[in-house]
Write a protein that binds this ligand. Structure first.
Ligand code: ASP
Length: 615
């Protein structure tokens, strides 16, 4: 069919049903359906088409007896043509019933067909029947994102995302929150990432920053007495992209006056329960368990432990005290730790496996010095140590095995080093081994293990910059019991900060804030921000705090990540309609892109040649 032959004029009435609607009760009715040609089959004198729209697939049948013109025209239909059909709903014969399709008991015998548009040959198949078999590369799918978004599997994720928005709005409304929009063109906020900047035309040399979060505004709304704020908001962070980050992402941003940690936990647990009820149809167990940051690090080697399995780290430092083994002795002398992981069912792994684990996983991916291990064969025979007996005596190995409670068939993995690095390395090894043991379920069927990680350190020392940074942000309150010792003991100071973790992913984080100007000034001092800089950057917030700021706190939840977990998607890109790639580009529209010279002139901006800059 030539494009010119298509008038595209829809001479039919409005559609009477969607492609997901027809059931046996409609048999005998005349209906009008509109949609895309998903697949076409010619069977001796009959043409079958699966017609597709967002709601589903319906089989439509063309026969010369029902409508000769329509039958002839149907011969020219190709994948993804857009059509309107008018016809009669008919029961399918027993052998053609398709129990997998909600519409699978009926078909529509077509009297009249209008071709509304043709489609070029597709760069990849979008048919509901083919998507699983031949998934095109992600690059190609992102370039033709509109076609990718036609795939039912992809659409389903956006329907879940939509359902989530509705639950969020309902939930917060029912709990007296006010939805307020904060500016997108704003002054830089202190979330610690690089800002995306927008030049001001009317103020040459001045720039807005896109929000890394609406942190300062939401706190000011509390000073204003709005009491409870919520916003589903886009945030922007110009970071080097890791696999699961996007430069623009969506947060469910929350701030609450007179908040305590318990109030925040309770409200967020209620929200999660509502989301899971609406989307998964099940009841979550609340309250969620809580764990202090230092405990999470010691037991699981992570501030976002995956609680779907055990495999806890164990500390062998005491057992190896004075062992005479140089690696252990020097680690302990320098205040480090010797950490162990007992992996069940792996005590008989061969040399090749252990070498690969050491070189490719521990050294390369985890970045640790080297793996020490004891294999405990399943037949109960003697432990096999990776360290020669004259270096690490058997008695010491046996003592370690006993202290760990390890037994026949277990593999004991050991790393030694400075904390917290050795904890984190062990945490990464724990996840790797859990993968090896198939302990990490894929998909979106749960189990759902939520956890509050609490009492994060207030500050983080940056070796390069030789100064402290706020681990969360500079408005996070120290714990009252740490206030007095904050300056003497900054590293030990704990914050009233918490993260919400689900199945090993951080899905939210927040804190109780500083509302007292004196404490806020002290915090800036600790961070090496002097009065002048504090005033310059956050003067508006400090000023606001002078006029009766209520105690307040809040949290921001990562909406994209929650949808990703709910839908079992592999990446954030799968749940964002037009996502950026790892190199921060949007391949369909090709952004970012150069702009017209006039635009730059208007903005008083000159672009320096990169090569020139490097000279
Ligand atoms: N603004 C913080 C963030 O984006 C969340 C919060 O403290 O409420 O991580």
């Amino acid at each position: 069919m030539q494009r010119e032959q298509i008038t595209g004029t829809d001479t039919h009435q409005r559609r009477t049903h969607t492609c997901g609607a027809l059931r046996p009760e409609h048999v005998g009715q005349t209906v009008i359906l509109k949609g895309w040609v998903d697949t076409r089959r010619d069977l001796g004198g009959l043409i079958f088409i699966d017609l597709r729209d967002r709601y589903g697939l319906t089989q439509i049948v063309f026969s010369p007896q029902d409508g000769l013109d329509a039958y002839k025209l149907a011969d020219s239909l190709r994948s993804e043509y857009v059509v309107s059909v008018e016809g009669r709903v008919q029961e399918r014969s027993d052998e053609t019933i398709n129990p997998k399709l909600p519409t699978g008991q009926v078909e529509v015998r077509v009297d009249d067909l209008v071709v509304l548009n043709t489609a070029d040959v597709l760069p990849f198949a979008v048919s509901a029947h083919e998507e699983k078999r031949r998934l095109a590369s992600e690059d190609l799918r992102l370039k033709y994102r509109y076609l990718d978004l036609r795939r039912p599997e992809v659409q389903q994720r956006f329907l879940t995302r939509h359902a989530l928005y509705q639950t969020v709005h309902r939930y917060f409304d029912a709990h007296d929150f006010v939805e307020i929009e904060t500016p997108t063109l704003m002054k830089s906020t202190p979330e610690g990432a690089r800002d995306y900047l927008v030049p001001s035309r009317v103020h040459p040399g001045h720039f807005y920053a896109l929000p890394q979060s609406p942190q300062t505004y939401k706190q000011i709304l509390m000073v204003s007495g709005l009491d409870r704020y919520v916003q589903i908001v886009k945030c922007f962070r110009d970071e080097d992209l890791r696999a699961d980050r996007q430069p623009e992402f969506t947060q469910i941003d929350v701030e609450i006056s007179f908040a305590t940690e318990d109030l925040v936990y309770e409200l967020m647990e209620g929200l999660m329960a509502a989301i899971w009820k609406d989307i998964k149809g099940g009841d979550l167990e609340t309250p969620f368990p809580r764990m202090r940051y230092d405990e999470a690090l010691r037991r699981f080697g992570s501030d976002k432990p995956d609680m779907r399995f055990g495999l806890e780290l164990q500390d062998l430092s005491e057992v190896f005290e004075g062992s005479g083994f140089r690696v252990f002795d020097s680690t302990l002398a320098e205040g480090g730790k010797i950490m162990a992981l007992v992996v069940p069912g792996m005590g008989d792994q061969g040399r090749g496996y252990m070498d690969r684990l050491d070189k490719n996983t521990v050294r390369k991916q985890i970045g640790a010095g080297g793996l020490i291990y004891f294999k405990l064969p399943a037949d109960g025979s003697e432990a096999v140590s990776s360290v020669k007996e004259h270096v690490l005596p058997r008695a010491t190995v046996d003592r370690a095995v006993e202290a760990l409670g390890a037994g026949a068939g277990d593999l004991v993995l050991i790393l030694a080093g400075a904390t917290p690095t050795v904890y984190e390395q062990m945490g990464a090894l724990r996840l790797h081994m859990a993968g090896e043991l198939n302990l990490i379920p894929e998909g979106a069927d749960g189990p759902w293990k939520f956890l509050w990680v609490t009492e994060f350190p207030l500050l983080e020392w940056d070796e390069k910059a030789q100064r402290f940074f706020a681990m969360h942000h500079p408005f996070t309150s120290p714990r009252p019991e740490d206030l007095d010792s904050m300056f003497d003991n900054p590293r030990e100071t704990r914050a009233r900060a918490y993260d919400l973790v689900l199945n090993g992913s951080e899905i939210g984080g927040g804190s109780i804030r500083i509302h007292n100007p004196t404490v806020q000034h002290q915090m800036f001092r600790l961070l090496g921000i002097d009065e002048e800089e504090a005033q310059e950057r956050f003067g508006f917030l400090l000023d606001a705090f002078r006029y009766g700021a209520p105690p307040h706190g809040g949290i921001a939840l990562g909406l994209d990540r929650i949808v990703m977990l709910l839908t079992g998607a592999d990446s954030l890109r799968d749940v964002i309609a037009f996502p950026k790639t790892q190199s921060a580009q949007e391949p369909m529209s090709n952004s970012p892109a150069p702009v017209d010279g006039h635009q730059l002139e208007d903005l008083h901006i000159q672009v320096i040649d990169i090569e020139e800059e490097e000279d």
